[in-house]
Design a protein around this ligand. Structure first.
Ligand SMILES: NC(=O)c1ccc[n+]([C@@H]2O[C@H](COP(=O)([O-])OP(=O)(O)OC[C@H]3O[C@@H](n4cnc5c(N)ncnc54)[C@H](OP(=O)(O)O)[C@@H]3O)[C@@H](O)[C@H]2O)c1
Length: 240
């Protein structure tokens, strides 16, 4: 299914970072785009940046009722991507608590799956779902146990969903380090130092921009014969 003016794309978490860049790329490709996130100010700010015609809703992905209302208001669509997440912080295992673990998994994995359940009745024939993982699924590091575990869980879930929901297609995108507001809990100096050090170790010499990652979401929506896969966008991190 080629993305064109008759394509409707819904992005939950589409008001910032990777989701916002995907909304921009989808709108530039001519699709009609709906974005949603929890904070009304984020929705307004995103709509002001995006091309005219993009529609925005306030929706809390951690509330099943809210997400059901969101999809009911949107109606039918062709492609759904889930990028909702709280800002990231590293959690060394000695600082792990059950509460922190549950909170991390809740929005990134559990509510992503709930959003899939609620999206399915609205998806047109030939449609697709794209969830968000991360390269931490394949190569972790100190402090990233939750990121690794949730990213791995998402990829595993996609493999089952692709079979269960066929002929709907279900895939994941696994970004490496991306310049995005996700890192907003770090000071600007620490964040830039992290980007610099990651860039130096990458074969492609720079961390990803959100627009790089957006291309992977659009490609997975566009590609009719791919399901149950993960598209890695990491500048070569996993092979270096
Ligand atoms: N950036 C990276 O380096 C990187 C690397 C690997 C994987 N990832 C993954 O990619 C995904 C997206 O990251 P990003 O960089 O785009 O992050 P981001 O810029 O912080 O965007 C996160 C989005 O989620 C929304 N959101 C948060 N809580 C929500 C809720 N309860 N209900 C609905 N929307 C909610 C935010 O909107 P509000 O402002 O309204 O809360 C925002 O639009 C995450 O799963 C992240 O782990 C990112």
């Amino acid at each position: 299914m080629t993305i064109n003016t008759s394509t409707r794309i819904v992005l939950l978490g589409g008001t910032s970072g990777i989701g916002l860049a995907t909304a921009r790329a989808a709108a530039d490709a001519g699709a009609s785009v709906v974005i949603g996130s929890r904070n009304p100010a984020s929705v307004e700010r995103a709509l002001a940046e995006l091309p005219a015609g993009v529609i925005g809703h306030t929706v809390d992905a951690s509330s099943s009722d809210d997400v059901a209302r969101f999809f009911d208001a949107v109606g039918e669509f062709d492609h759904f991507a889930y990028t909702a997440a709280e800002n990231l912080s590293s959690v060394p295992i000695e600082e792990f608590t059950v509460e922190r673990g549950l909170a991390f998994f809740s929005l990134r994995v559990i509510h992503a799956l709930d959003a899939v359940r609620l999206a399915v009745p609205h998806l047109r024939t030939g449609g697709s779902i794209t969830l968000t993982s991360g390269t931490a699924a394949f190569a972790g590091g100190p402090g990233w146990v939750l990121g690794s575990a949730a990213s791995g869980a998402t990829i595993s879930a996609v493999r089952s969903l692709a079979v269960e929901l066929a002929p709907l297609r279900v895939n994941a995108v696994a970004p490496g380090v991306v310049r995005s507001p996700l890192w907003g809990l770090m000071s600007e100096a620490d964040r830039e130092a992290m980007y610099r050090s990651a860039s130096e170790s990458l074969p492609l010499g720079r961390v990803a921009e959100t627009s790089d990652v957006a291309k992977a979401y659009l490609a997975l929506m566009d590609q009719d014969h791919v399901t149950g896969t993960v598209s890695v966008v990491d500048g070569g991190a996993l092979v270096s």
